[in-house]
Design a protein. Structure first.
Length: 434
């Protein structure tokens, strides 16, 4: 049964991956057609074609390897010195093997002269290239918010898990009480494990981060704490003391190695599945975006540890870069966890949403052959043309992105090497969930 559920989880993730890729390419396709650019092909996947159907002037299809997708737009690059015009795939990998000019010239048909990508205004080309990653961002936001507000996420609650016996400064990093340590305010007030705090100093509370902030903001104050205990509401009086505690990130999480002095009650909150409000969900989504950007910036620094995990005996870091194979494996593990089916679905949706968020951030890097590289090229052309107009100089014409193809090949080569490294690590030393 475990093996069957593992396979089912992998299949579900691959389907989610395929939908994400198709959604990304749909952004490119719809905006290209909106601006009158001819699109001969829309493909999900690479390699041999499993199925295709031509509708109008565009061939729609599914290929065997679900590791990406592309649309083919004619006239991606301006004419070369010989007067030929090039097509370009939106896929970074397929772009490496395309001859940027000659092959594209063969796809032109009579009447296409006014339907070339490079002939569109820079802002239109920027929209076409941005639309793909933006679709991934939309999907990520909708899924993240939907899961948080419906299924809920694992979070700290206002229920008491454990009551501290005494007051210990957080930086001391010890758990045993000394004879000189005063009793914790929670213990002195009679707070017990299993109590659910429903009000603090007369104000109703349902969110742990709000309760935590209220406690920390009132050092030296006597407060009334209302708890639910065995179906009954009980009022307790506690004298909050000033103590050294870990700094928090604004959502109840702790900042490692950072401390502040604040009000202290002395209990550990229980964790559980908690539905988030719209505001809480938006805040968490913002934090995820920040973490995603930080992870992308720190990616080069993680390569040595990834190499050691793939070819040495080093353990795989939990926050190690993970590829499609690793993510599919995690998706399989999700369906083997001993948790309610609703939470398995929620975790799978969050995994797919995380993939879409990563795809958005990665594609926005201003490097060819990524979408961000083409956006940067369109922005540079717009700047050149506007500058020439202001200075009353001749229009410099389209910026020839094809001149940057050698750089694009180098960047694509680096991406391929990194992808292979991640693939090996995902196979021999995968990231696992508990």
């Amino acid at each position: 049964m475990t093996t069957l559920m593992m396979i089912l989880g992998i299949v579900v993730f691959v389907i989610g991956l395929g939908i994400s890729i198709a959604w990304h390419e749909l952004g490119h396709l719809s905006t290209a057609k909106l601006f009158g650019i001819r699109v001969p092909q829309y493909m999900v996947g690479f390699g041999p074609t499993l199925w295709s159907r031509k509708r109008g002037e565009t061939e729609y299809g599914i290929k065997a390897i679900p590791l990406g997708g592309y649309i083919r737009m004619i006239g991606m690059f301006p004419p070369g010195p010989d007067g030929k015009v090039e097509a370009r795939s939106t896929s970074p990998w397929r772009g490496m093997i395309e001859d940027a000019r000659a092959q594209s010239f063969e796809e032109l048909r009579p009447g296409d002269e006014e339907r070339l990508f490079y002939t569109r205004a820079p802002w239109k080309r920027g929209i076409v290239m941005f639309a793909g990653p933006f679709m991934n961002l939309i999907l990520a936001v909708v899924v993240f918010l939907g899961v948080m507000m419906t299924f809920g996420i694992q979070d700290q609650t206002t229920t008491v898990s454990k009551v501290s016996d005494c007051v210990i400064q957080q930086s001391e990093n010890r758990t045993k009480c000394a004879s000189s340590d005063p009793a914790a305010p929670a213990k002195a007030a009679g707070l017990k494990a299993g109590d659910k705090i429903v009000a603090f100093d007369g104000k109703s509370v349902t969110d742990w981060s709000v309760l935590q902030s209220d406690i920390r903001a009132n050092p030296g104050k006597d407060v009334t704490i209302t708890v639910e205990r065995k179906g009954q509401k009980v009022d307790l009086t506690a004298h909050l003391i000033k103590n050294q505690v870990s700094k928090v990130d604004g959502q109840g999480g702790y900042v490692e190695g950072k401390y502040v002095y604040a009000g202290f009650l002395g209990f550990t909150p229980a964790t559980g599945i908690v539905q988030q409000s719209f505001g809480q969900s938006v805040d968490r989504m913002g934090t995820m975006m920040e973490n995603g950007v930080e992870s992308l910036v720190s990616l080069p620094g993680k390569i040595p540890a990834l190499w050691d995990a793939a070819f040495g005996n080093a353990p795989r870091d939990p926050d190690s870069p993970m590829g499609v194979v690793g993510a599919a494996r995690v998706g399989g593990e999700v369906f083997t966890l001993d948790i309610p089916a609703s939470q398995q679905v929620a975790m799978m949706l969050l995994l797919v949403a995380g993939f879409n968020l990563s795809l958005f951030l990665f594609n926005m890097l201003p490097l060819l052959p990524l979408d961000g590289g083409h956006i940067a090229g369109a922005a540079w052309e717009s700047l050149r043309r506007h500058t020439a107009k202001l200075l009353r100089r001749p229009d410099p014409g389209p910026f020839d992105v094809a001149k940057l193809m050698p750089v694009a090949y180098v960047v694509a080569g680096i991406f391929i090497c990194f992808t292979v490294l991640v693939l090996i690590a995902d196979v021999v030393n995968p990231v696992k969930i508990s």
